[in-house]
Design a binder for this molecule. Sequence first.
Ligand code: ZN
Length: 171
Amino acid sequence: MALRDIVLYPDDPLTEKAAPIDTFGPELAKLAEDMLETMDAYDGVGLAGPQVGVSRRILVCREPDAEPRCLVNPEIIARDGKETAEEGCLSLPALYAPVARATKIKVRACDPMGRSLEFEATNLLARIIQHECDHLDGIVFLDRLDVLTRQAKLQEWEEIRQQLSAAAETA
Ligand code: ZN
């Protein structure tokens, strides 16, 4: 397994629509393992392909104290309920904002070996999957905010990003 570098917003390919995956098997499973290891190393609960520079429709996620999941070509086929809660993102570290999401979703996907999955997710897991599926369409949580909040958060992010690169230079 290997740690992957995390792409920071708005670098490529974070704002692009990721391509569907048509080749399943050990190589894809290896990518999923790397993504899980990277997610855990950064204490994340979800990570999408574009966040590690792979513009493909794959994501990993893990609710606290639960088994990790890897979803390939995921589709949200039903949504129900609505709740607003604070979200963060490994591509926008140290930035948080309240985002409205469905509280219950139905998901269709494959695993890395190409086996079909269909399941329901609620609350936190539903939120994580919606957030990560957005990444596959080039959308980050900032894009889900109202215009004024988005503007303020973008400005906050610019400052955070400057501090991050200043810290990286002196490291
Ligand atoms: Zn994210």
